[in-house]
Structure formats: structure tokens, C-alpha cells
Design a protein around this ligand. Structure first.
Ligand code: HEC
Length: 130
């Protein structure tokens, strides 16, 4: 078979794969906000933070502090402050809370994830200030 004949099906498969993965990412995440959140950051927040920090979460304490599905409702100043808080807890490794990690150790942030969140929060807050 000529290579040219192979190219078309390969291109189709590539397009299908790309489409499917972007649909999956968008479809799963309910994190919104007027802020640039790259997919890798979003995926960490979704997996390790969203469960407690969304409108439907059980604890009012965590909801009072941060709602990842309502970042879009915050003023610019509040959003910058929340980014600061996220960077701080991620850097300290104080979130998710210790008690919760005793039950679900797999939810602990890895060092890479800590760094990813800290760098993102700092960079994004900086950009918004300028
Ligand atoms: C098991 C539930 C749970 C998970 C998972 C969780 N949090 Fe929290 N979070 C809480 C609770 C409860 C509080 C309120 C603590 C308090 O008031 O003492 C809180 C508070 C916070 C605060 C405010 C801290 C402050 O000092 O004001 C931030 C920011 C935060 N969480 C970010 C995160 C991030 C980022 C993640 C993921 C890496 C995360 N949380 C995962 C339950 C959770």
C-alpha cells in the first residue's frame, strides 16, 4: 500500500483521539473562573481538592474558605487572594487536611503537584496584578 493511502486513516484516528481527550477533560471538570487554569493544574485540583471545595460539599467550613466551582463569582481582588491561599496551603502541604489523609492517603499532594500548584498560583496572581 502506498504511504499516502495510510495517511488519511491515521489522521482520522489522531483527530478522534485529540477530540475525545479534550471532551473528557472539559466534561469532567466543573472548576470555573476568570482565571487561566492549565489542564494539568485543573486535574490536580479536580482530583485532590474539588471534593470538599464545591457547592455540594458536606462541610460548610471548607465551602466558606474556597469554592472551586464558583471562582467566577469572585472579584479580581478576591481571586488574587484565593490564589495566594491556594499557593500557601499547597506549599505547606496542609491541604488536603491531615485527618482526611489518614483515611485516603492517595489524596496527598505529591511533591510535583505541590510545586505545580504553588508555581501556578504565584504566576497567575502576579499576572493579574500587572
Ligand atoms: C477532605 C476535605 C478537604 C480537601 C480534600 C481539601 N480541603 Fe481545603 N479545606 C478543608 C477544610 C475543612 C478547610 C477549613 C479549615 C479550617 O477552617 O480550619 C479548608 C480550607 C482550605 C483553604 C483556606 C485555608 C485558610 O487558611 O484559610 C484553602 C486555600 C484550601 N482549603 C485549599 C485546598 C486545596 C488547594 C486542596 C487540594 C490540594 C484542598 N483544600 C483539599 C477541607 C478540604
Amino acid at each position: 500500500m502506498k504511504t499516502r493511502n495510510l495517511l488519511f486513516p491515521i489522521a482520522l484516528i489522531a483527530i478522534a483521539v485529540i477530540f475525545q481527550s479534550s471532551i473528557l477533560i472539559d466534561g469532567n471538570s466543573k472548576i470555573t473562573g476568570d482565571v487561566n487554569i492549565p489542564e494539568d493544574v485543573k486535574s490536580v485540583l479536580d482530583n485532590k481538592c474539588y471534593g470538599c471545595h464545591n457547592m455540594e460539599a458536606k462541610s460548610d467550613k471548607s465551602k466558606d474558605k474556597l469554592l472551586l466551582d464558583k471562582l467566577g463569582d469572585l472579584s479580581k481582588a478576591k481571586l488574587i487572594a484565593k490564589l495566594g491561599d491556594i499557593g500557601e496551603v499547597a506549599g505547606e502541604g496542609s491541604m488536603p487536611p491531615e485527618k482526611f489523609l489518614e483515611q485516603k492517603p492517595e489524596k496527598k499532594l505529591t511533591e510535583d503537584e505541590q510545586k505545580l500548584l504553588v508555581d501556578w498560583a504565584e504566576k497567575t496572581a502576579d499576572e493579574m496584578l500587572n
